[in-house]
Design a protein around this ligand. Structure first.
Ligand code: HNI
Length: 148
């Protein structure tokens, strides 16, 4: 089981309290789809993803960003059992969606950048950054757990 000390718990909850799941979720997904364009292939039914502007104004991307960030919200609420909590979602990504788990790390990086840009260097300092990197690694490992 992953251990979180008091300062890590604080770094997670205080940052997350400032997150707007819809707006920041869209930014993270936008970044994923623009910076790692091969990830677009999983979202072929979402419609126009041909330019950053098209992705930004695509209502399917916005709705999906909110879904992903709501799942992160739930994972944070179950911080002491993230892997167990993500079991069903891992099965879905593995067996139904066939998402290559390497992509979880890429989205995790995008989340870190969105948070850092939003909060700035003083609040998203190196300790907070390290804690969030750990959190996204745990989420990514949880989502990858049901792959075989
Ligand atoms: Ni992901 C569906 C959460 C990473 C591709 N994904 C979901 C759903 C949630 C979710 C929640 C909706 C499930 C449902 O409908 O029951 N995804 C997450 C989380 C992460 C993540 C928390 C990582 C932090 N997913 C990724 C990545 C990809 C991805 C990196 C591909 C690059 N996800 C999908 C696809 C769907 C999906 C594709 C189905 C979308 C749809 O609407 O059909």
């Amino acid at each position: 089981m992953v251990h979180w000390d008091a300062s890590e718990r604080k770094a997670i909850t205080s940052v997350w309290a400032k997150v707007d799941c819809e707006a920041d979720g869209l930014q993270a997904l936008l970044r994923l789809l623009v910076v790692y364009p091969w990830t677009q292939r999983y979202f072929s039914k979402f419609g126009d993803l041909s330019t950053a502007e098209a992705i930004m104004s695509n209502p399917n991307v916005k709705a999906h960003g909110l879904k992903v960030f709501s799942a992160l919200d739930e994972a944070i609420k179950h911080m002491d059992n993230i892997k167990g909590h993500l079991k069903e979602l891992s099965l879905l990504h593995s067996e139904t969606l066939n998402v290559d788990p390497a992509n979880f790390t890429l989205l995790g990086n995008c989340v870190l950048i969105v948070l850092a840009a939003k909060l700035g260097a003083e609040e998203f300092n190196s300790e907070t950054h390290a804690t969030w990197e750990k959190l996204m690694a745990v989420v990514s490992a949880g989502l990858s757990k049901q792959y075989y």
